[in-house]
Each structure stands twice: as structure tokens, then as C-alpha cells.
Design a protein around this ligand. Structure first.
Ligand code: CA
Length: 435
């Protein structure tokens, strides 16, 4: 078999701290893959509990099998790893690990071939992507508080607004009239023509979901997200089939087969997340599946750095993009991207002119708005080779390191970096390595 001659030499796994006092569970999880060609690729894992479980699986189980392999064989390598370690999952921690590795290997491929990833995916249908403001935590807020938060996010001129409820999953149907009242108040605030979405975050029974869904239909909401528990695929399908409003799900679906089950159950809009299931390769497979079944695919994506960049490449190359891209609430995690763009772009970058994306809502973006400028800046950086993102202000504070002195081979323990130091650049030399 002919290869590129390039071989994987090292794999780093590390967390990035976004605030001086955050806990390991609040940090982001990254992987960097090095090669003997001098190139490296970076990927991001699902941040649940700081991604610690995914980083541990990479370091202890998957990485040793990747050393010495050709990184352009990424699909073969990662499908092999999935089936080898399937009993560690197959959901959640394992697929988050594979997603991070896949994104890093695509980044490497882009750098090796000198092309942005969307080109390698077949080209971009659009070089500007509208965003919607994804506003969390509304279950705990009063109606007035919800309105104040929505007003604040409207200043960013999003193409749509999604109100997420984030209620306690141990209590279903906690306050149906109260939730409907918030939906009504937000509709009144933004006016009849503005695109709105409602995210139940799995908070309802089937009957409760249908009741809320009927109200959302009356209020002209665009879509109704995760109305029931994600693992009740049949119930999710029943809600979708009984309502006229588009019902979406899939951010907690970790395999291609799982997405197929959702579509078969009747869910018309699926939302797999690039850092949770399969990375770029996984999402490409999902887009083909959704297209074949006439389902909408709208990626879930709440990570503002590598995950977001990878998702934008995928969305740029997707034939039917029926909804804007998700942009999560402002947070310290965004600062690395929003406030510290790379000072220069690498050779070969071309400029994309911003403009409304095909199929986007008619809401006109305000190009002078800081948030949108930031989003647009990231889209422009899609034209860099690979993912084209650099984490300039990330403070690497927590990493896994192989400790040979420990009794169990392959045991990894977190290591904390000193606090209060200047943010270091993420460089291979500053990371621990697995050989
Ligand atoms: Ca959601």
C-alpha cells in the first residue's frame, strides 16, 4: 500500500483553562497530533466534565495504536479504534475522543495538502455563515429576566434566537404554563416575523411536549428542540410526527446508526455535534445520511474555538444549510477567538467577502456589530490551510502526563500549572507527549 511517507510521532492531550479560578470540569479538552513531517494538527473533544474522560481514553488506549501510522488514513485508523474500544462506550467519552482525533487529523491533512478543509470536503456552497444566538438557562429565569437576556443578545443582530430552558432533567413538565408564557413573551418582544427556536433540553414527557409544541406552533416558532429525554427515540419520533413544527434532536446522539434511528423515528431535523460524535468524518457521514432521507442537518455546536472552526468548515461545504449556525452565550471561552485573533494569516489565505448565506433567514446582519465581526473573522479564517485557528490566549493549565514511576503502565494523572502566569502559547514543546 502506498502512503504519504508522513508518520504520526507524538500525541498530546491537554485541557485549556479559560479563567484563573476555573475547575478541571469547566475547561476545554484538546488533542494535538505531531508528525515526522514537522506538521501538527489540533482537535477538540466534547467538554463534558472538562473532557477528562475523553483525554484519558486517547492517552491510555487509542494514542499508542496511532504512533507510526499515516495520518491521512484517518478514517481507517479511527474506525479501527471505534470497534476496538467500543465497549468503553460506544457513546460519550469514547466518541468525544475519536472526534478530537478526527478533527486533528483533518487539520493535518489540510496543512499537508495546503488546502482548507472545506476544499477537501468538496468546496464551499457559502463562504459566509449566519449565526443564531443560543441563549441558555431560561428555565430558572423569570419572564422579565428572560426578556432582558434576549434583548441583550438581540444587540448582536443574530439571524435567529433560540431560548434554551436547561431545566433539571430529573423533573419533567416542571412548569408547562410558565414555559409557554416565556415563549409568548419572547415572541411579543421580537415581533411576528423574527425567527425563534425553543430548546426544551429534554424537559418534557411526551404529552407535555405536545402541549408546549402546539403553543409554539401558534406562536410561529421555527423549531422545537429535544422535547423529551434523548434516549426515548420512539417518543421523540412520536412528538415529531404529531406536531407540525419541526422537532429536532441529535446533539446527544453519538453514532451514525443512532442518527439513522432518530430519522427513522420521525425526527425531521438532526443536530449531531462535531466534538461529540465522529468529528468531521462523522458529520460528513451524517450529512449524507440526512440528505438521503430528506432530513435537515443542523450541527449542534457550542465550543467557540477548534470545535466551532471545524463545524464551520463542515457547514460551509454542506449542500442544504437550512438554519443558521449555533453561537453560544458569551463566555470566557470565547475570548481566545473573539479578542485575540491571530496577528497574521498564513500564506495562501484568500479573503471571503461577507454576505447573506443562501437559504439564510432574511434578517440582515449588522456588519459593524462586534459579535458578528468576530464570527465573520472566523469564517474568513476558513480559507487558511487546515482548520486555520490558533489559540493565542489559551492558558494551558491542566494536562495528562505519562508518569513512568507509577505502578500501572499507561496511567495518567492530571497536572496543574501554576496560576497567575502569563498565558503561554500552545506549542508542542510545552506539552507532554505520548510516544
Ligand atoms: Ca440543545
Amino acid at each position: 500500500m502506498q502512503g504519504t511517507g508522513m508518520r504520526i510521532t507524538d500525541i498530546d492531550v491537554f485541557q485549556v483553562s479559560w479563567a484563573a479560578d476555573d475547575r478541571p470540569q469547566q475547561r476545554s479538552a484538546f488533542v494535538r497530533i505531531h508528525t515526522d513531517a514537522g506538521l501538527s494538527g489540533i482537535g477538540e473533544a466534547s467538554p463534558m466534565q472538562g473532557g477528562l474522560a475523553s483525554l484519558s481514553i486517547i492517552a491510555r488506549d487509542i494514542a499508542p495504536g496511532l504512533i507510526g501510522k499515516d495520518p491521512l488514513d484517518h478514517a481507517v485508523l479511527l474506525d479501527t479504534a471505534f470497534h476496538t474500544f467500543v465497549k468503553l462506550g460506544p457513546e460519550g467519552a469514547l466518541t468525544g475522543a475519536l472526534a478530537a482525533l478526527d478533527i486533528a487529523l483533518w487539520d493535518l491533512k489540510g496543512k499537508f495538502l495546503g488546502q482548507p478543509i472545506y476544499k477537501l470536503l468538496g468546496g464551499a456552497w457559502r463562504t459566509s455563515l449566519p449565526f443564531y444566538a443560543s441563549i441558555g438557562g431560561n428555565g430558572m429565569r423569570s419572564v422579565d429576566q428572560v426578556l432582558r437576556v434576549v434583548e441583550t443578545r438581540l444587540k448582536d443582530n443574530p439571524a435567529a434566537v433560540k431560548i434554551r430552558f436547561d431545566n433539571d432533567r430529573n423533573r419533567l413538565d416542571g412548569d408547562l404554563p410558565g414555559d409557554i408564557a416565556k415563549a409568548k413573551a419572547v415572541r411579543k418582544l421580537v415581533g411576528d416575523g423574527f425567527p425563534l427556536a425553543f430548546d426544551a433540553n429534554n424537559g418534557y414527557s411526551t404529552g407535555g411536549a405536545i402541549r408546549v409544541g402546539r403553543a409554539l406552533e401558534e406562536l410561529g416558532y421555527w423549531w422545537f428542540e429535544e422535547p423529551v429525554q434523548h434516549y426515548h427515540v420512539k417518543a421523540m419520533g412520536e412528538v415529531a410526527r404529531r406536531l407540525d413544527i419541526t422537532v429536532s434532536a441529535g446533539e446527544q446522539t453519538y453514532t451514525l446508526a443512532g442518527v439513522a434511528d432518530l430519522i427513522a423515528a420521525g425526527v425531521r431535523m438532526v443536530q449531531p455535534d462535531i466534538v461529540k460524535m465522529g468529528g468531521i468524518t462523522g458529520l460528513v457521514r451524517c450529512t449524507a445520511l440526512a440528505q438521503a432521507h430528506g432530513a435537515e442537518l443542523v450541527p449542534h455546536q457550542t465550543q467557540p474555538t477548534i470545535g466551532h472552526m471545524a463545524s464551520l468548515h463542515l457547514s460551509a461545504s454542506q449542500l442544504h444549510m437550512t438554519k443558521p449556525c449555533e453561537l453560544n452565550d458569551p463566555s470566557t471561552r470565547m475570548h481566545a477567538v473573539f479578542d485575540n485573533p491571530p496577528p497574521s494569516r498564513s500564506t495562501g489565505c484568500s479573503t471571503c467577502r461577507p454576505g447573506p448565506a443562501s437559504g439564510s433567514p432574511s434578517t440582515k446582519p449588522n456588519w459593524r456589530n462586534a459579535a458578528y465581526r468576530s464570527a465573520e473573522r472566523r469564517v474568513r479564517r476558513l480559507d487558511c490551510a487546515g482548520i486555520g485557528a490558533r489559540l493565542f490566549s489559551c492558558r494551558r493549565s491542566h494536562q495528562f502526563r505519562r508518569r513512568p514511576c507509577q505502578s500501572k503502565p499507561g496511567s495518567f494523572a492530571p497536572e496543574s500549572a501554576p496560576r497567575g502566569e502569563a498565558p503561554p502559547r500552545l506549542s508542542p514543546a510545552s506539552c507532554s507527549r505520548i510516544r
